[in-house]
Design a protein around this ligand. Sequence first.
Ligand code: 6GU
Length: 223
Amino acid sequence: MRIDIISVLPELMESPFRTSILKRAMDKGLAEVHFHHLRDWAVNKHKQIDDEPYGGGAGMVMMVEPLDKCISELKSQREYDEVIYLTPDGLTLNQKIANSLSIKNNLIFICGHYKGIDQRVRDLHVTKEISIGDYVLTGGELAACVLADSVIRLLPGVLNDEQSALTDSFQDDLLSPPIYTRPEVYKGLEVPKILLSGNFPKIEEWRHDEAVRITKEKRPDLL
Ligand code: 6GU
């Protein structure tokens, strides 16, 4: 998978892709992430990429031309499956969306800033708008990292068996059951006996029941 991320602040996104599981995914060639500094696509001598909104109002708007030039150049080099605009007014990211993007080859992410992007960028290029939740961030960069992480970890070969994405919370619309490791008793708190029994069918049944109980308690909306 290849992800091209267009941003005015690419430096904000460097470390997540240089660390731990995402880094290993890059090193193994399972994912490539390319950053494009929008300023490099500015059209006037001031390197301007934002301007005042027509009709007035507070805040600046990201101009159509730099974004269109950058996206068009990328599209001339390869086919893209989706051009995704990260914006608080997009569809809220969930596991289903991450799953569906994990089977794509080439994605473009546009990180919004200021009041957003000129509508014509959406009209010309954007195929999906994604938010990471009902709150406002300073820009789309952190959301782009969240989205990329949720997708890249699903690519075959990125996680090993122990980290398997198949047993994640949300993969079956249930939260995860409680988990324990050594010691058996800590400050009087005991590991549930069933987990020490070696009876794996019973353990699986217990885990499922606990997952349902916890989901009912914390996130009844998922059921
Ligand atoms: Cl994608 N962008 C911004 N700026 N804020 C957000 C968001 C995105 N998702 C949630 N809040």
